[in-house]
Design a protein. Structure first.
Length: 124
């Protein structure tokens, strides 16, 4: 879900740059989806902390390249539909996990689902 939040944020950033009529909503969406990604990653680190050892550790660089740039659809209607589709998918994914999650995690997931629903409601 964190990776999808980042993809949604990159798409929203691209849409904001390409479509002035969607810029304000898309920029707000990008900001919230970046925050969702950060909160989800923080929860994963909290739930699965990396064990600390007394031995020195070698930090390996990731061999994965930067994610490819996301290009906004040229047509504003298609751009809006792409944003709405990502929001609906995120809302559905978060909602599906709420019932089985511990209280604090359920609250995070419910908040993400509600945020995504709110953004869908106000997309121009």
């Amino acid at each position: 879900m964190a990776e999808q939040a980042e993809i949604d944020a990159r798409l929203a950033t691209a849409v904001a740059a390409a479509h002035p009529d969607l810029a304000r909503s898309a920029a707000a969406l990008a900001s919230d989806r970046w925050q969702h990604a950060a909160a989800l990653r923080a929860e994963l680190r909290r739930a699965r902390p990396v064990p600390q050892t007394s031995a020195p550790q070698i930090v390996a660089r990731s061999s994965t390249a930067a994610p490819p740039p996301v290009v906004a659809p040229r047509d504003p209607t298609d751009a809006r539909a792409a944003l709405a589709g990502g929001l609906q998918a995120a809302q559905d994914a978060a909602s599906a996990l709420v019932a089985a999650a511990p209280g604090h995690r359920a609250a995070l997931l419910a908040s993400i689902a509600a945020c995504c629903a709110s953004h869908q409601a106000v997309l121009p």
